[in-house]
Design a protein. Structure first.
Length: 326
């Protein structure tokens, strides 16, 4: 599965000199929606090496981070991936440092199957990696137990944990109300931050349902927006969702789109389209075969160069035909 949230077609804008977009002829000169990381230049991981790397003799799988979308060697993640390989998503070291709040959630999966690796326990109240502050400390909670009775307080904590274990929605609504001292809505993240949690400078590996545990109260949604990770609460953004979409796309591809297009054209248009399609297919196959034979990475500028040359050759052929016809 290959994640690519922030990428749009660039053909027809200033990045291509003479190539006009066939779908949207009038396009802006700059596509501000695109975000290019090192992957677009054929470099991956923290080692900034190409893939495949002709100088790397160590067999190692590449894993994509669901936040930054970069690909990483398993040995460069700071943590060994679960031996079973049975995890659904990975967040790299840099993104864990950027999204500090995830460490509080990671503690819920530490020590469990398909979870984050064993980490170092730290106090969470004033941790620099936490965006939201906690209103009540552990000592204050103990005082509440003494005032209201230990048994009664434990019942309330059990009820809070039951509500945490229930999947949250991505609709942006506030967190469900939990009976507390102030009888107001309780943020799941604040509840986790009020306890000791695990943290280490590593990547983390997450099970399939971990995103459903994220709080969707107003404060948390604001934090996601500021960190530009709103997609973490989108159920259609998960790797599983991309896998399902890929499966459905493969089923749709069983129908030949070229034949559907041909059926809507007259005879002359059909012949012209078939000729252009065959020319493009042949020339692109020959062009890419050189990279495969040399074991080199196909970069963005290589594809750009190919289409510019292809358009130039097409114009020369068209001009010669017009000359002979006249």
């Amino acid at each position: 599965v290959f994640l690519s949230r922030n990428f749009r077609c660039d053909c027809g804008n200033s990045k291509f000199k003479n190539l006009q977009c066939k779908l949207l002829p009038e396009k802006s000169k700059v596509n501000s929606g695109n975000k290019y990381n090192d992957n677009f230049y054929g470099l991956y991981c923290t080692c900034k090496r190409p893939y495949p790397d002709p100088e790397d003799e160590i067999p190692d799988e590449m894993i994509q981070c669901i936040v930054c979308e970069d690909w990483f060697h398993g040995r460069h993640l700071g943590a060994v991936p679960p031996e079973s390989g049975d995890f659904h998503e990975m967040v790299c070291q840099a993104c864990m440092n950027h999204c500090h709040f995830l460490w509080a959630y990671a503690s819920q999966f530490a020590g469990k199957e398909n979870s984050v690796p064993p980490l170092t326990k730290v106090n969470s109240l004033e941790d620099e990696g936490i965006v939201l502050k906690v209103e009540e400390s552990e000592e204050q909670k103990k005082e509440i137990k003494k005032e209201g009775g230990v048994e009664h307080q434990e019942q309330k904590e059990e009820k809070q944990m039951e509500q945490f274990n229930e999947p949250s929605t991505s609709s942006g609504s506030a967190c469900p109300e939990v009976v507390t001292k102030s009888e107001g809505p309780v943020c799941k993240l604040k509840e986790l931050q009020s306890k000791q949690f695990f943290k280490k400078d590593t990547a983390t590996f997450w099970p399939s349902n971990w995103r459903s545990k994220l709080c969707t109260c107003a404060d948390c949604l604001k934090m996601y927006s500021e960190l530009e990770v709103q997609f973490l609460t989108d159920e259609c953004d998960t790797v599983l969702a991309y896998e399902n979409k890929g499966t459905s796309d493969q089923e749709a591809e069983r129908r030949d789109p070229l034949m559907d297009t041909l059926n809507s054209m007259n005879r002359v248009q059909q012949v012209e389209l078939i000729c252009e399609y065959n020319d493009l297919k042949t020339e692109l196959t020959d062009y890419l075969r050189r990279f495969a034979d040399e074991g080199t990475v196909v970069k963005r500028e290589d594809i750009q160069h190919f289409f510019e040359e292809f358009q130039s050759r097409k114009r020369r052929r068209t001009n010669r035909m017009q000359y002979y016809c006249s």
